[in-house]
Design a binder for this molecule. Sequence first.
Ligand code: CA
Ligand code: CA
Length: 582
Amino acid sequence: MPPGKVLQPVLKMKVDELFLCWLSESSTQAMLRDCLHRITAPGRPEMGAGDAGQPGPLVAAAAAAAAPARKPGGCDSLGAPGPAPASAALPLGAASSARTGPPVRGTRRSAGTRAVGTKKEEPLPPAASHSIPAFYFPRGRPQGAVSTDAVIARIEGTFAQFPHERATMEDMGRVAKACGCPLYWKAPLFCGAGGERTGSVSVHKFVAMWRKVLQNCHDDAARFVHLLMNPGCNYLVQEDFIPFLQDVVNTHPGLAFLKEASEFHSRYITTVIQRIFYTVNRSWSGRITCAELRRSTFLQNVALLEEEADINQLTEFFSYEHFYVIYCKFWELDTDHDLLIDPQDLARHNDHAISTKMIDRIFSGAVTRGRKVQKEGKISYADFVWFLISEEDKKTPTSIEYWFRCMDLDGDGALSMFELEYFYEEQCRRLDSMAIEALPFEDCLCQMLDLVKPQNEGKITLHDLKRCKLADVFYDTFFNIEKYLEHEQKEQASLLRETESEGPELSDWEKYAAEEYDILVAEEAAGEPWEDGYEAELSPVDQKLNALRSPLAQRPFFEAPSALGPVDLYEYDSGGDDLHPS
Ligand SMILES: [Ca+2]
Ligand SMILES: [Ca+2]
């Protein structure tokens, strides 16, 4: 017998029992009698009414609260697994998901229990239950009275200054400001009004579009998604970000030096899109929903683009230096420069630090998108972005998930002793070949269990690894020989101290990127890796460009940038096979 079916009636009986128990208390009866008097006596009818029907309204209100929640849930139907209700609304959010029976009941019961306690003095809970406020807003929480008319008037005033009251992309900065949006919303606003197709937007079309957005989308996350999404979707896929990022490349002062080098635009855009999905798309669905966007810091970063002229300060997504490091690292491995790398290429990363077993797992499809590339045994530049960030910072949630997917050979959501031994065996062999005595697996296992302290012995879950704060040490022990030896040299205690004192310091990734960038620039200054027409007196900006120009000059082919904004379209084509709803 399914346990749910047994459980639910029993819970209901318990609720009834508690209710009867409460009802039979003499204090309750006295209070009810008192309330009845108040109903019959004129003056305070609302209180009495609420009280007399106490259990009724409670249930009704809960049902009413659940009902509207179901509808927007349907909007999200295309079904990114999981992340529907915002975590901020957790206690009530749990009750909203109509399918999970127990939490709903749990909430109701605890409300009733609380009523028993407070009932005696003051009949408060029924009044509160009358107005359980709406708590699920997939398109943002409606703000009080926003004066749409004033905003529209401001927009119309701005358009009046343009020839024929039509705005081109160049005018959109002023339109964005009239809308009250951060400057770099200009391209999304332009796209949202169909400007991409026609080259300019009429005042009527824009106002109609923005009015609709203001009416339906109540916060920045919902608006941003609405402006860039494909009609009928409620999420953003990778290519939806292209117009926005192409505009950043075209107009951000921190990227001005990249202006003529249009061949690098697509590389930069590809990189930033991957970083956005890496950090924001916590569900790994390939679709960023409003809820995911809202939980992330992406829109704050978009707003910062306006204030920060040095794009390298925006290390989370937009940093040019970070892009530069990732691209150069890829370039070193992709010897034939077809923008694909095979397992042998990837194995050369960091001087063969990563085990072959792990390299094979990366190519197994556990952490990559796109069947086509996978079938040919190669991964793309976009996949490499995920790899490098995960490899160099094993403490972030996405990174911990990335390596967990790789190590969980059977995909059962736990790392078994067998799976750990499978990876450790190669580490031992490699240590042997370096004439270093490896710890027997049993001893290593003890150390690791001590480090991770899994909740259930005999297997390690994702949750265990996220909680333990030393996922990097754990992972490196099993597949990165170089970093494993590094960790070994440090005391575990000092590792912990390091972790604890971390705070808002640089992340492992930021440290890595900064160090590597300096090395690359120094190498470039010394004329080491690519020396064609290099001159020693170049500004750092020119150095950067030169460094990029030289590898690209050797490329056998290059896609011409399309009007939309050039990104490695084949990546999205192959990714699209997986992503399009069937
Ligand atoms: Ca290649
Ligand atoms: Ca497993």
